[in-house]
Ligand binder design. Structure first.
Ligand SMILES: *[C@@H]1O[C@H](CO)[C@@H](O)[C@H](O)[C@H]1NC(C)=O
Ligand SMILES: *[C@@H]1O[C@H](CO)[C@@H](O)[C@H](O)[C@H]1NC(C)=O
Ligand SMILES: *[C@@H]1O[C@H](CO)[C@@H](O)[C@H](O)[C@H]1NC(C)=O
Length: 283
């Protein structure tokens, strides 16, 4: 019996036992081969997508993964903090526990590196941000420019360990400000992806956790125009154009086309935003 293809081994695709090749055995084998081909195709597409500059590290990981005969079950990093120190910022494949592999941008050059980028936006963005619940759930945009990673994926990543979050804001005069919360998690979808933040440190101001219940974001559920879970009588996501943890309605609006808002730092004229997460104890 020929030994399994390394890719098949890597991706844990079961190879049916095959000695006689009767019709009822050929079926699952064909199915496994189709699965194998699709996975191979997916990997090739991920690595060869036009315009994506895949850092050498990704390719190294890829080669190591598929040439190693004693593979562990999970071959991809669980988040960007598991990518080896010194790797460049760029597009990587990660696989959070219990989830399929996903493509993310890893920021390896900000305060120690290892940050998984969950949101990036610029004032002159191409994307509208006025998307539905399910589009927010699984993410949209371009991982190399402006994007939302996906509310479900953010939840899945952040439930693996204790996470922290860092918001990086370019204000109207192009000063770089940041806000860090030492805890970050999202409740699951049936709990409305409610946001849980720890305590603030930074230079941008504690705008996510305002004392005013009508414009705070900490402990709020996520709302989109087609799923209004805010604390307002109106639909904040419809009025404001994008999905967010609205109360009634906001002091921070980053998922928006045409100038973002961060508290009193920049009201509708922030130039860019970046939201980064990594395990709280990671160094
Ligand atoms: C293959 O995997 C094993 C166990 O995970 C590891 O110890 C070994 O260094 C790996 N070999 C290569 C060539 O990456
Ligand atoms: C990494 O950050 C340092 C200091 O902030 C900066 O000088 C350098 O250009 C950055 N490197 C890359 C590749 O962005
Ligand atoms: C969502 O979270 C709640 C509270 O932690 C839990 O009771 C519920 O089982 C979870 N639902 C799913 C679908 O995981």
């Amino acid at each position: 019996m020929r030994s399994p293809h390394p890719l098949q081994r890597a991706l844990q695709v079961p190879l049916p036992l095959q000695p006689h090749g009767s019709a009822c055995q050929r079926e699952p084998r064909a199915a496994a081969m189709v699965t194998q081909c699709l996975l191979l195709l997916a990997c090739v597409l991920v690595l060869a997508a036009p315009g994506l500059s895949v850092p050498a590290q990704t390719l190294n990981t890829f080669e190591k993964t598929f040439s190693n005969t004693s593979l562990k079950k999970n071959s991809w990093p669980k988040d960007c903090s598991e990518i080896s120190a010194g790797s460049p910022s760029g597009v990587y494949v990660i696989q959070p526990s219990g989830l399929h592999p996903i493509v993310v941008y890893c920021e390896m050059n900000v305060t120690g590196g290892g940050w998984t980028v969950i949101q990036r936006n610029r004032r002159n963005t191409d994307i509208t941000w006025a998307e539905s619940w399910s589009t927010y759930k699984y993410g949209f945009g371009n991982v190399r420019s402006d994007y939302w990673l996906g509310t479900e994926y953010i939840h899945q990543i952040a439930k693996q360990k204790v996470y922290q979050v860092r918001f990086v804001i370019h204000d109207a005069s192009d000063n770089v400000r940041f806000a860090e919360y030492n805890l970050f998690s999202l409740d699951n979808e049936s709990q409305g992806y409610r946001l849980r933040l720890g305590s603030y440190a930074g230079t941008a101001g504690d705008a996510m956790d305002s004392d005013n219940p009508s414009n705070t974001h900490n402990n709020m559920k996520f709302s989109t125009q087609d799923r209004d879970q805010d604390t307002s009588r109106k639909n904040c996501a419809s009025h404001s154009g994008g999905g967010w943890w609205f109360s009634s309605c906001y002091s921070v609006r980053l998922n928006f086309k045409g100038g973002m808002t961060w508290g009193s730092l920049c009201k509708g004229d922030c130039k860019s935003s970046l939201i980064l997460i990594k395990p709280a104890l990671y160094r």
